[in-house]
Design a protein. Structure first.
Length: 413
């Protein structure tokens, strides 16, 4: 009964969820007068992605916080979506700002206005949520909020994001209008930038993923896990979003291939939440190697800094999640990555390593083979990746143009 009422409420509220309607309301609800407050120090307002059980989302938010100087207000859906241990940071749950209907959006807009009164910048974490691939309404709402912030005089930007070949028209129109209104649109790979320009989004900034700027690494937690296996370390992740033809066997073959080459394998979940859970498939693969002490399942999500601690010790990575690839590449570790939505190919273009991409419809035939070839050539590939890394980090730095930045000293725990 309760589920039925909830579904009915959702259907009835659909007309009130139109991004165009919310954007029109924002022109009334958010004016220069509303944000005319004291600005006596740097205060960055950051609109976060969904978070809540996603290491990549956490890494994106942490990378921004780690690099900017001043206070940061992180807008998210729920209080538990992000755990931030930094006294400069305030987490502000405003579920309806990007995800709600007109009534909830108007309520949350009051709190948003209050944040902008002292804000010196407003940033949207773009990642893979701007082209409508994961829901066009929230994509458009994010872009429209940035556009309105720019129109009332706030330095506004969309941090490094991917752009696929078939964006939703509503999302496309919103991002195009935001860029034209002064929002800095930072694309995180050359293919995405080319697609965005072809779609009429101008101006755009050629950049890279902001996680390439992260510096913290939790070596102690990494050691707890890495020391459990012998041999060169291979990090392996299987995404709950990417089904494989042939069931579990293509994934089992990846582990078998790496073990045949003497690698110790850590199975590392990267996302664990309803509808997108890596843990079950990683657990199922681990059970196939229950008698092999050098295949170990990490049975819970680690922090991004602990993941970077692990990638700092790895020789090779195989992953269905892009940000595990990013955190491997930033350590010079070749990362065989399942390509989805066109975003991984562009990432590998930055490093001149297209061979590290495996199309999602080629898992059964290609994933284990490419993993083995990458392990065989890991040192050569690592040298190539390291030779490109400074340039990629410079591109990532474009996300923070004009913002006050902190000393980027490497920290470890």
């Amino acid at each position: 009964m309760a589920n039925g009422l909830g579904a009915l409420r959702q259907r009835l509220s659909q007309p009130l969820r139109s991004p165009g309607l919310l954007a029109a309301a924002d022109r009334i609800l958010l004016s220069k007068r509303h944000v005319a407050g004291p600005r006596d120090g740097a205060h960055h307002v950051l609109l976060a992605p969904a978070g809540g059980g996603n290491i990549g989302d956490q890494a994106l938010v942490e990378a921004f916080i780690e690099n900017v100087d001043g206070r940061v207000s992180v807008i998210c859906r729920r209080p538990t979506d992000y755990a931030i241990d930094d006294d400069r940071v305030r987490v502000v749950p405003l579920l309806s700002l990007a995800y709600g209907d007109l009534i909830g959006h108007a309520r949350d807009m009051r709190a948003f206005r209050e944040l902008l009164r002292t804000a010196t910048s407003f940033s949207v974490v773009g990642a893979d949520v701007m082209d409508g691939g994961y829901g066009h309404r929230a994509s458009a709402n994010r872009a429209n909020l940035a556009r309105r912030a720019a129109e009332v005089g706030i330095d506004a930007r969309i941090l490094g994001f991917s752009w696929n070949a078939s964006p939703h028209p509503v999302a496309l129109r919103a991002v195009r209008d935001a860029a034209a209104s002064g929002v800095e649109a930072v694309l995180r790979d050359p293919r995405s930038a080319a697609r965005a320009r072809a779609d009429g989004i101008e101006p755009v900034v050629d950049g890279a993923d902001i996680v390439f700027l992260a510096r913290s690494a939790d070596a102690d937690t990494a050691s707890i896990w890495a020391d459990r296996v012998r041999g060169p370390l291979a990090l392996v992740n299987f995404s709950g979003l990417v089904p494989a033809d042939g069931g579990l066997e293509p994934y089992v073959e990846v582990v078998r291939t790496l073990r045949d080459r003497g690698h110790g394998v850590l199975l590392v979940p990267h996302v664990s939440r309803p509808g997108a859970d890596d843990l079950p498939i990683c657990l199922a693969v681990a059970e196939r190697f229950e008698h092999d002490a050098d295949v170990v399942l990490v049975d819970h999500l680690l922090s991004p800094s602990a993941i970077r601690g692990l990638t700092g010790r790895a020789r090779v990575t195989v992953t269905g999640r892009m940000h595990l690839a990013v955190m491997s590449l930033m350590q010079g570790v070749p990362a065989v990555t399942v390509a989805t939505q066109g975003k991984v190919e562009g990432l590998m273009d930055l490093f001149g390593a297209p061979r590290l991409c495996v199309a999602s419809d080629r898992l059964a035939t290609d994933l284990a083979r490419v993993a083995g070839e990458t392990a065989d050539d890991a040192e050569e590939l690592s040298r190539r990746i390291v030779s490109r890394l400074a340039d990629v980090q410079a591109l990532a730095g474009r996300n923070l143009a004009r913002l006050p930045v902190r000393d980027r000293t490497v920290t470890s725990g």
